[in-house]
Design a protein around this ligand. Structure first.
Ligand code: AMP
Ligand code: MG
Length: 496
């Protein structure tokens, strides 16, 4: 590697890896045969400091596959635990992920690069340490689609594929996603040490997170509560962002919750087409534990688990610690409600805040739910309503109860006129927050099927499309359509 062409590694003492054992252990990646680059994220690579010419080189592909290491950075995997579907699992950890570098970008931003699917680790249990191409494409595209939607998320730098067979429900092939984020620390990293009764291990981890990612709190006497309060609020705002996009994460275990409030670990997720408040994409989630309408509650529950695990940091006196934690948890509802209302108002094109808005929003969502109306398109088409002209917008044809819709529409128009809403300005503002293009499951599925046949062009096309989700993108309208009514729904499970 020519060091001038590659991004700069963070100096060793500043690295997450400097925490060492038992937080992280050195573990080598397991090479894959005949690796091919499926896609590289040129824009992110440039932001991280990669010379663009490197992305086509065998050295880059080897690095992204885990077939070669980054000179000066021994690969590591981390220990974590987590509550899965409400049940505590004491030992999870990076069972198929390796950190391959920690970078200092030109703008001073820290980035960790992590391969997913790069081989077994001490946390693999019965797993093979691999990820399949299908799930890797879904994660790769979702990271960047979410980012383009303006939602905090881990990013994706590159995707490589190998013909290596991998057994899931059927025999599939292996792939590796290189993810990038300032940090991959999860709520479950703290739970791991708390439930092992190794409470003295919490502070070094928290101190690293604060120094590296919340430096604004580093010098405060109440640094732990200041930091946790911020995590609670970020998590609340993230849940509001998911709700506003009709995004269902699918596996909201505490080991999949980021200490930075990022969307993390894309598995059986989905962006809703037909709006159903009870929607579940993960067909193994039979009770709807992580259904769309439970996400805000689960976010709160997970914050409670994080606060439980960090009680020893909050005060020496146990009762006092619980008091502080309770006050911190109370910040969730305020942060969620404010952000949720702000987002729904923006989606409806309301500039002012009025007391009757919640009811207006809920009635609209209820109409969409009862009609199973296409979620992205309903909001996009709502922008066509004129405040003074009574012509029925085309959205009306998609609503199962036209009389109720007409009544709602009359109230909506009154509300718009009350704030002297300008039709054109409102439509532009609404289209800047209501995406035309989202990663619908049937679109991802088509890209997956082509890629499984060796053609990666549809992955690239979706990648480009989803970078500009709010733009009209003439010629791409078919990608804004809901799936055909007779289409067989894509079955999703945790298997990845
Ligand atoms: P996930 O469902 O991807 O969030 O993973 C949950 C836990 O299972 C984590 O500890 C993963 O590292 C581990 N895991 C999932 N799939 C595999 C695999 N194929 N091999 C090893 N560990 C895995
Ligand atoms: Mg996970």
């Amino acid at each position: 590697m020519n060091p001038t062409l590659w991004p700069r590694l963070l100096p060793p003492p500043q690295r997450y890896a400097a925490l060492g054992e038992p937080y992280l252990v050195p573990v080598a990646t397991t090479p894959l045969p005949e690796v091919r680059l499926v896609h590289a994220n040129v824009a992110l690579a440039a932001e991280l400091g990669f010379d663009p010419a490197l992305l086509e080189t065998p050295a880059f592909v080897s690095l992204m596959a885990g077939n070669a290491g980054w000179p000066g950075y021994p690969t590591v995997s981390s220990a974590y635990a987590g509550h899965q579907f409400g049940v505590y699992v004491p030992r999870l950890g990076d069972g198929r992920a390796h950190f391959i570098a920690e970078l200092a970008a030109e703008n001073g931003q820290r980035w960790e690069l992590q391969l997913k699917g790069s081989g077994r680790t001490p946390w693999s249990r019965f797993g093979d340490g691999r990820a399949v191409l299908r799930a890797s494409i879904r994660e790769y595209l979702a990271c960047e689609a979410m980012h383009a939607l303006g939602v905090p998320t881990t990013r994706a730098l590159a995707l490589v594929a190998s013909p290596e067979p991998v057994q899931r429900e059927t025999l599939e092939t292996a792939a590796v996603v290189c993810r990038a984020a300032p940090s991959f620390v999860r709520f479950g990293h703290f739970e791991y040490f708390y439930y092992l009764d190794q409470h003295a291990r919490l502070a070094p981890l928290a101190d690293h997170v604060i120094t590296a990612h919340f430096p604004q709190f580093a010098d405060r006497a109440d640094r732990y509560s200041a930091w946790l309060g911020e995590v609670i609020e970020r998590t609340a705002r993230l849940m509001a962002a998911w709700q506003s996009l009709g995004f269902v994460h699918g596996v909201m275990n505490t080991d999949n919750f980021s200490i930075l409030g990022l969307t993390l670990d894309y598995g059986p997720y989905g962006f809703m087409d037909a709006f159903d408040a009870r929607r579940v994409f993960n067909h193994t989630d039979e009770t709807g534990h992580y259904a769309y309408d439970r996400q805000p509650f689960i976010g709160h529950w997970n914050c409670a688990r994080l606060l439980q695990a960090t009680l020893p940091l909050l005060a020496d006196d146990a009762e006092r610690a619980v008091e502080i934690a309770t006050a911190l948890l109370d910040r969730y509802a305020g942060a969620f409600n404010a952000e949720m209302l702000r987002r729904w108002r923006a989606k409806l094109g309301l500039r002012q805040a009025r007391a009757e808005d919640s009811e207006l929003i809920n009635r609209f969502l209820d109409l969409l739910h009862r009609s199973r109306a296409d979620f992205p398109r309903a909001f996009r088409w709502l922008s066509e309503v004129r405040s003074a002209d009574e012509t029925a917008p085309r959205l009306r044809d998609w609503i199962a109860d036209p009389a109720a819709f007409d009544a709602w529409l009359a109230d909506y128009r009154v509300r718009l006129r009350a704030e002297h809403s300008d039709d054109e300005a409102r439509a532009a503002a609404m289209n800047a927050v209501n995406p035309k293009y989202v990663l619908r499951n049937h679109l991802a599925q088509r890209a997956i099927e082509r890629a499984q046949g060796g053609d990666f062009s549809e992955v690239a096309r979706l990648f480009e499309l989803l970078r500009r989700p709010y733009d009209e993108q003439p010629g791409m309208e078919a990608y804004a359509e809901p799936p055909a009514p007779d289409a067989v729904p894509v079955e999703l499970s945790c298997s990845s």
